[in-house]
Ligand binder design. Structure first.
Ligand SMILES: [Zn+2]
Length: 543
């Protein structure tokens, strides 16, 4: 008997005691149960590379020897964890245009790492539907999916419930024996650091070796902890378990999706999958089905800040939007100033002297100190948010989304002007005739079969449908900017090498790996298709 087994045996004893005290009855035997292992950020292409290069020997073994099959999945736009998980967990098409966006009607940003934002989105968008994790466990997920145990998910990260804490404590009781009392607090601290890394990977990277050491520590510790907690759940017969291993995504953001450090993370995740599988095999009476899936891929990018020295949110506001008068819309100045005048003003601005530089310095750092979110900048009634390889422009004087016709009327030429900037791939806007794409000053009416930057793609119809879904979301910016296929290559507006949110094949196409006893109604064209499949388990388990 290994130390791990001993730990789990001890912990099962304690778990039974805790359950008797206050956590209700043990789950009923019978019915099937599931464990979803999400490898955050892994595209089908990189998975296949990892399998071929022998970086995921166990996953390959599952496919070759245990009758597991790989089902292709299209994840929809944006290619981002919150959009994926809300769709899969609740079966609804979410209004989540990015990892960071503005909700005009609420008058506030949604920024997922911030405490409370994920909970608010889940509450308002799940539409009262039961989640696929009802009564189960979620580890490292953005939303709870109805899970009773989700201490390490974004939603409850800053507001853990007493019950959640108790259950998690029981899960790691043996580690507590081994690691002493400080372990829980340390893990919480480290996990918060992971969230910061996800939000701002290269910002942390500037701190050099410390960042690396911490990151590896986090990758190892958090993953080990999740794996142990999942093992505990499997022994306890928890009906629905969803664990998200973020290692690969974090490394891919920092170094790029095919960098050796990112690929190295796959090997560690593969070992954890093996561990989960072994545990499942020890309790065949619990009838677990194992799924391995990914929520989106990543695209290799150049950070915009490297091209321009400033973030897109600042360049757009300072050099384009403010000179065009986009921020001064008010009843007295309904149309702003003219664009030509604005451009002239920018050009005539003298080189900044010391005083100007000091003011700029204050302007750069002050908003952050005053609680402004990263990669967001606002002047007057115009707000720009950079969320990854995507950015949003919001004209706040209009409470609803503004269409291209209105934008053209108020600031003629503005949208085209933005599309001509350095590091800009294409722009999306709404119009009466469906979404319009603007690339390099040229407009394409996507609904009329003008595919513009997507014309060369064989999967053009899929991409156009995804773009249409995105621009139907009320919270997508009045202008949605993507850095894909800019003249300078693929560009991200957050300081990162790997990025995601857009429609490239590397981001859009992932997979679900499922066992021989499972029938997935494929092909999976959108994560909402997963909902009825997993809901069937929880509906049975709840009887
Ligand atoms: Zn990511």
């Amino acid at each position: 008997m290994s130390l791990d087994d001993l730990a789990l045996a001890l912990q099962r004893l304690l778990d039974r005691a805790i359950r008797r005290l206050r956590l209700g009855p043990a789950p009923l035997p019978g019915g099937r149960r599931f464990v979803i292992v999400q490898i955050d950020g892994l595209s089908r292409a990189v998975l296949e590379q990892g399998l071929a290069e022998g970086r995921m020997p166990f996953t390959r073994h599952l496919l070759a020897r245990h009758g597991f099959r790989l089902e292709p999945m299209t994840v929809g736009l944006p290619t981002s964890t919150p959009a994926f998980q809300l769709s899969a967990m609740y079966g609804v098409r979410p209004d989540i245009p990015g990892f960071h966006y503005h909700d005009k009607r609420r008058g506030a940003d949604v920024y997922f790492p911030r405490g409370g934002d994920a909970a608010w989105v889940e509450q308002t968008q799940a539409g009262g539907r039961p989640g696929i994790l009802a009564g189960g466990s979620a580890y490292g997920c953005v939303f709870t999916g109805g899970a009773a145990n989700n201490l390490f998910s974004f939603t409850v990260l800053k507001r853990p419930t007493a019950q959640g804490v108790l259950r998690t404590l029981s899960a790691i009781v043996v580690l507590l024996w081994v690691m002493a009392k400080g372990f829980v607090l340390t893990t919480l601290e480290l996990w918060r650091a992971v969230l910061r890394l996800i939000a701002d990977p290269t910002g942390e990277a500037r701190r050099g070796w410390k960042w690396l050491v911490m990151k590896i520590g986090v990758s190892v510790w958090v993953r080990q902890f999740f794996t142990l907690a999942v093992a505990r759940d499997i022994y306890a017969g928890v009906g629905a378990v969803y664990v998200n291993y973020v290692d690969y995504d974090v490394f891919a953001h920092a170094y790029g999706p095919r960098h050796r450090r990112a690929l190295g993370a796959l090997r560690r995740v593969d070992r954890s999958i093996h561990r989960v599988w072994r545990t499942i095999r020890r309790v065949p009476e619990h009838r677990y089905d194992l799924y391995v899936l990914s929520d989106h891929g990543q695209l290799h990018c150049t950070p915009y800040v490297r091209l321009r020295g400033r973030g897109l949110e600042r360049v757009l506001i300072d050099d384009v939007l403010a000179p065009a008068g986009a921020e001064v819309v008010s009843p007295e100045h309904p149309h702003g100033r003219s664009l030509a005048k604005g451009i002239k003003a920018t050009r005539s601005r003298r080189a900044p002297g010391m005083w100007q530089r000091f003011l700029n310095y204050l302007e750069e750092d002050f908003p952050r100190l005053m609680g402004e979110l990263p990669e967001a900048h606002q002047r007057g009634a115009v707000r720009v948010i950079a969320a990854g390889p995507n950015a949003f422009v919001y004209f706040l004087h209009a409470r609803e989304a503004l269409d291209l016709e209105s934008i053209d009327r108020q600031w003629p030429g503005l949208a085209d002007d933005i599309s001509l900037g350095r590091g800009i791939g294409f722009l999306l806007a709404r119009s009466a005739g469906g979404p319009v794409c603007i690339a390099q000053g040229k407009r394409y009416r996507l609904a009329r079969g003008e595919a513009g930057p997507f014309a060369h793609r064989t999967d053009r119809d899929v991409v156009l449908a995804c773009v249409n879904d995105l621009m139907t979301m009320p919270s997508a910016g009045d202008l949605v900017i993507y850095g894909h296929d800019a003249t300078e290559g693929n560009v991200s507006y957050v300081a990162e090498i790997g990025a995601h949110a857009g429609p490239s094949s590397d981001e859009l196409y992932t997979f679900v790996i499922a066992g021989p006893g499972v029938t997935l109604a494929g092909p999976i064209d959108h994560p909402v298709d997963l909902y009825p499949h997993f809901r069937e388990y929880t509906a049975v388990g709840a009887q």
